[in-house]
Design a protein around this ligand. Structure first.
Ligand code: DER
Length: 226
């Protein structure tokens, strides 16, 4: 989606938290892209950082921005991860990701980071998560997981590709079920239930991982530390 001033302010605010010598998790999506661009400008100005990409898209954006890259197994730690979300609870404790179907690798990096900074515009804030939860599944488990999701009260829809016939295939070669549960009153409980289903590789509920939320809007940015 478009890179608005609010997204740029959120991304730049989070990028300011990165210090010399740090390893930075580079999230996926248009808001995280604003942070990557800001980090590229700081790297050009002499900041010594290494970025760990969370998707093909974030790796390409980092290369274009001039952020030096490292793979996760080349670094001892990720100091800060910066990533967007489709929805963020007001308190920031839980969020849904998944437009880009990159949530498996994003969660690995975001959860591993010492500090996980969520960047958003006000449209992402909500009092109750209700965005369909993307569930990445092994192709063989599509039917069995769909049945389990229905038993949990969800409506699983196999994510279809738009530029080719058939389903979206993730960077990991798996399929994505977008599972509409309506308003989610217990994100932690649902996250645990989904993670326990055989064949589920990852889901897009990020619970208890956020350290700061940077929300840009038309005249500035608000930072909430959790
Ligand atoms: O798909 C993703 O993981 C993105 O982070 C998504 O959740 C938010 O994308 P946006 O910043 O372009 O709205």
């Amino acid at each position: 989606t478009s890179e608005t001033a609010a997204k740029r302010r959120a991304g730049e605010s989070a990028a300011e938290r990165v210090e010399d010598g740090m390893v930075v998790g580079l999230g996926t999506g248009s808001t995280a892209a604003c942070a990557i661009d800001a980090l590229g400008r700081r790297a050009d100005a002499g900041l010594d950082i290494r970025g760990v990409a969370t998707s093909f898209q974030s790796r390409e954006r980092a290369k274009a921005a001039g952020v030096p890259l490292a793979s996760l197994d080349e670094v001892d730690a990720v100091d800060v991860a910066i990533d967007g979300a489709d929805e963020v609870l007001e308190g920031g404790n839980a969020l849904v990701k998944g437009g880009g179907a990159a949530h498996a690798r994003e969660k690995i990096v975001d959860a591993f980071a010492d500090d996980f900074l969520v960047v958003a515009d006000p449209s992402k804030l909500t009092n109750a998560l209700s965005h369909p939860v993307p569930v990445e599944v092994l192709p063989d488990a599509r039917t069995t997981v769909s049945a389990s999701v229905e038993a949990l009260g969800g409506d699983p829809v196999l994510r279809a590709a738009t530029r080719k016939d058939g389903p979206v295939v993730t960077d990991n070669g798996n399929l994505v079920l977008d599972c509409d549960f309506g308003a989610i009153d217990d994100p932690a409980g649902l996250a645990t239930a989904l993670a326990g289903l055989p064949g589920v590789v990852e889901h897009g509920l990020f619970v208890g991982l956020t350290d700061e939320v940077h929300v840009g809007d038309d005249d500035g940015v608000r930072v909430r530390a959790l």
